[in-house]
Design a protein around this ligand. Sequence first.
Ligand code: TYD
Length: 260
Amino acid sequence: MGAPLDQIREGLPEFFSHGDKYGRRLPPKKRVPVKDQADQDLLSGSLFTFEGIDGSGKSTQARHIRDFLIRNGHPVTLSREPGGTPLGEAVRTILLSETPPLSPLSELFLFLTDRSQHVEEVIRPGLSSGMTLLVDRFIDATIAYQGYGLGHPLPVLETLNRMILKSIRPKRTFLLDLHPKTAFQRIRKRSGSQNRIEQRGETFFERVRNGYLELARNEPERILVLDATLPEEEITRLITTEIRKFLDLKPIQEAFHGSV
Ligand code: TYD
């Protein structure tokens, strides 16, 4: 088990050398280390992630895209964070229930526990066998919620995400952008009760939203910002158009819901 230690050592200099005095600046883009590049070559599948604040409609879109790919005969798996593995589902229950109370650090570590398990059990094996994977929330959620939202230092979160992912990179991330006021109206309509995180109120979600938008500004080649107030079908169409650039799909099927 030498590798994890090596990765920790690799991560540490980055940890100490980047970020302003509040530790809130993202580290500059890293070159992929040679051993990670070799690993990347073995991961022939494609990973697409869906992000956005609660109520933005990303889970609905992730399902539409899964259905679209299945209709096109393209093997695909949809999973979510937190969740996605038996351990992850147990962690999800703890994270979203009102009790027990969680310190901000415990919350962070639980999200990372969930991710680490999900990556090793589902994502890495899936990508190695050439699968297309859709993931409802991933690395950017931790930066946006625990970083911009709760105030954990961004360079630390970046390092921890990198330790979990190693060479894995989402091909494209679809960020459904929505004003928190509209998001809250949608959540209230959808269900009477709010989970632990949804209860944090509008200013928390403004920070999360701005965090997501800053991530998108930093990585425009990966993160595509979509206006979540557009009609559902239009958003699906925009995402399928993008996904077609990466996957070898027959040009016959319609992107829209329900069409075969
Ligand atoms: P969920 O009900 O799955 O929300 P949604 O359907 O909107 O995705 O709840 C997941 C919550 O966990 C959501 O509020 C976002 C939050 N979260 C984090 O705070 N950090 C993370 O790293 C992840 C993956 C999720």
